[in-house]
Design a protein around this ligand. Structure first.
Ligand SMILES: [Mg+2]
Length: 257
């Protein structure tokens, strides 16, 4: 029987999890997903009977390009406007430029999503999970804890990743999916919105991430936090957040007295 409950250790009713560096190795995205999309870029854009979704992403890229004030982008556009609209090869060059400067482009994200979807569907892509992930998710679910994803990849990309893991489709574990359309991961407000949508107060939510800034923002909203320190993660210092090395160590308090 607990007589002096710690306010920062309230009963946890929901757990919100980051993906990269938390459930899936960071290098899967950087060393597998992004190079895969880049390799397929020319083929997907230049093929004769390209999908309508690819054409839509190209149009979106051209719209972004026209407003892009970056000097290299402008130089590329100047070359490209010899042909109106820009040729497929010129659009490829623009996408490659966006990748090189690590631009957060909606059109690029869209196109990468399409390419990954094809790769997952064909079985060429499978996402690796840390071995402790599924047992932890299942344990939490059995306890009646609501599980949610909050990742900077689009919800579509998150669902693709979790649909095609090396352990099969695990999307059924999660009840809510959040990406940066909910808000930036470093802002407290995003976590308040997540709490509202889930319908559980922040103090009853545990947020797990490998990024200390994200943990700070979640903590500011009132959530409990765990800083997930995995081998190969770029962030090694969790600051004042409780550090875990696998999800089993997260130990959300869930004893209903
Ligand atoms: Mg992460």
């Amino acid at each position: 029987m607990e007589t002096n409950p710690d306010q920062r250790n309230a009963v946890i009713e929901a757990i919100v999890l980051d993906i990269e560096g938390t459930t899936c190795p960071v290098n899967f995205v950087s060393q597998t997903l992004f190079p895969f999309a880049r390799r397929q870029l020319t083929q997907v854009i230049c093929e004769e009977n390209r999908k309508a979704s690819v054409s839509a992403a190209i149009q979106e890229a051209i719209n972004e390009w026209e407003k892009d004030t970056d000097p290299t982008s402008q130089a590329l556009l100047l070359q490209a406007t010899n042909q109106n609209p820009p040729s497929a090869e010129e659009v490829v060059r623009y996408f490659e430029h966006l990748i090189e400067c690590d631009r957060k482009s909606t059109a690029l994200k869209e196109l990468q999503g399409i390419i990954w979807e094809q790769g997952y569907a064909s079985g060429e892509l499978k996402s690796p999970l840390y071995p402790d992930v599924i047992p932890a998710l299942d344990t939490w679910k059995q306890k009646g804890i609501t599980l949610a994803v909050y990742s900077s990849g689009s919800v579509k990309a998150q669902q693709l990743l979790y649909s095609h893991t090396t352990h099969g489709n695990i999307t059924d574990r999660f009840s809510f999916w959040f990406d940066t359309r909910t808000g930036p991961k470093l802002e407290e407000d995003s976590y308040n919105i997540i709490s509202q949508i889930i319908g559980i107060k922040p103090t009853s939510i545990l947020f797990i991430s490998d990024h200390p800034g994200e943990c700070d923002a979640a903590l500011a909203s009132g959530m409990e936090t765990r800083f997930c320190l995995r081998e190969g993660n770029p962030h090694r210092n969790g600051g004042h957040h409780r550090v875990i090395h696998n999800l089993k160590e997260a130990e959300p308090k869930h004893d209903v007295i």
